[in-house]
Design a protein around this ligand. Structure first.
Ligand SMILES: Cc1ncc(COP(=O)(O)O)c(C=O)c1O
Length: 415
């Protein structure tokens, strides 16, 4: 039985029993490689932590909507959180029922709402009074009430990176609690709106329990308030946001997180809807790249130029995110100081700052770890670089789940 996930075996980095160098030699680099077993075990770790408490995991497709990844999660019993009508359509094609899809997002266009409202989704998570009115108008025209949840901004600091914190009043997300109370009051008299839940999401890569617990307490408290006022709801939507230990540090575990959610929401007597993305797919992929150049940087360190950069993995350039980087096969000898940079003509295209690594040579392969979430999903064609291929490894076998894009693919959209 091969070991699962990404492990070192025979001085090589191996994924679910397959040496990553074997895949890179066949498919070229840069290249995303996913571990199916890692996705399964991460989904189950959260799912099973609920024990018997009623819940639904709505995997947040924005983290990674590669079709095979979405389909795998569907087979595990996941529901979906979609952030655009295109994610909704992808989810449906991957086998998710409309009754298992929530539609979130701060800027749903009229065209998107026209598509989404007739579908009868589990909920449209509305983010403003205006959006609620737009949903209502479409529902009235259709003669069928729309199922909505209202996203409330709890003014809680997620203590994450400012660009991925969403739960403070200064952030663009959701409505303030006072506005929410007004909307809840008005919804009673609006026959084409069915309020099914209150929704919060305070941000992503949240590594401490207190803000996540605080958000759950907030939304459960508001739900109880509505229950006391005779407005029954169907579930409590606590959003996503559970972080992963990119640098190996000790952070809140899925078990601790779920226990806190259950403790906070239990008094409502309602099921929990949770929208995890990163915590399921983040550690389940590596981006494999090849060293294409080396040159002096300063007295202590060298630049190492690799063939993956901000076009394949935007996170380091976008928010200075840290990803472990390691050679697939370590060379003997002393470790060295490196600035690991991508090939894109932007100075921000630095994949790893001030890293100490075993010595690397031009032609060596490196793995950028924990790139399953917000990696391939945020890739771009800047510098006319093609989207990289993606491979899924499962039980010792691998297959290409997305081929490398070609220039012809790009130009097929252009005249
Ligand atoms: C509304 C909503 N739900 C869920 C998520 C998924 O978050 P994460 O990938 O951090 O679990 C996001 C992402 O920020 C989001 O905006």
């Amino acid at each position: 039985m091969p070991s699962t996930g990404f492990v070192h075996a025979n001085q090589e980095l191996v994924c679910d029993g397959v040496p990553l160098s074997e895949i890179a030699d066949r498919e070229g680099t840069p290249l995303y490689v996913y571990s199916a077993s890692e996705i399964r075990s991460r989904f189950h770790a959260i799912d099973h932590a609920f024990g018997g408490y009623p819940h639904a995991l709505h995997y947040a497709l924005k983290a990674n909507s590669t079709f095979a990844v979405a389909k795998l999660l569907r087979t595990l019993g996941s529901a979906a959180d979609a952030n655009s009508v295109w994610e909704i359509e992808l989810a449906r094609r991957a086998g998710f029922a409309v009754s298992d899809i929530v539609f979130t997002g701060v800027g749903k266009s009229s065209a998107e709402l026209e598509c989404a409202v007739p579908l009868g989704l589990k909920a449209i998570n509305v983010e403003s009074a205006g959006e609620l009115a737009r949903v209502e108008a479409i529902a009235e025209r259709l003669g069928r009430p729309a199922r909505v949840a209202v996203r409330v901004n709890p003014d809680i600091d997620a203590r994450s990176h400012p660009h991925i914190s969403t739960g403070l009043k200064i952030n663009k997300f959701g409505v303030a609690v006072e506005t929410a109370r007004e909307l809840f009051g008005s919804i009673r008299a609006r026959p084409f709106l069915t309020l099914v839940a209150i929704h919060v999401h305070i941000g992503s890569q949240v590594t401490s329990l207190a803000p996540l617990r605080g958000a759950a307490r907030f939304v459960a408290g508001l739900t109880e308030e509505l229950q006391r006022n005779g407005l029954p709801l169907e579930y409590v939507d606590v959003g996503g946001g559970l972080g992963i230990p990119y640098d190996g540090s000790d952070i809140v575990s899925p078990g601790e997180y779920v226990s806190a959610l259950v403790e906070e929401v239990r008094p409502t007597g309602l099921p929990i809807v949770c929208e995890p993305g990163r915590s399921i797919v983040g550690p389940a992929a590596v981006l494999v790249a090849r060293v294409i150049d080396r040159k002096p940087r300063n007295a202590l360190s060298e630049f190492v130029v690799i063939d993956a950069g901000m076009t394949e993995l935007l996170r380091p350039a976008l928010y200075n995110a840290f990803h472990r980087i390691e050679p697939l096969r370590s060379r003997p000898g002393a470790a060295r100081e490196y600035e690991i940079v991508g090939p894109v003509c932007e100075s921000s295209d630095v994949v790893g700052r001030d890293r100490t690594l075993p010595a690397v040579e031009v032609g060596d392969l490196v793995a950028i770890r924990d790139t399953g979430a917000y990696g391939s999903a945020m890739a771009s064609n800047y510098n006319r670089r093609p989207l990289p291929p993606e491979v899924m490894v499962d039980a010792g076998h691998w297959r290409v789940i997305r081929r490398r894009q070609t220039l012809d693919d790009m130009l097929s959209l252009e005249t």
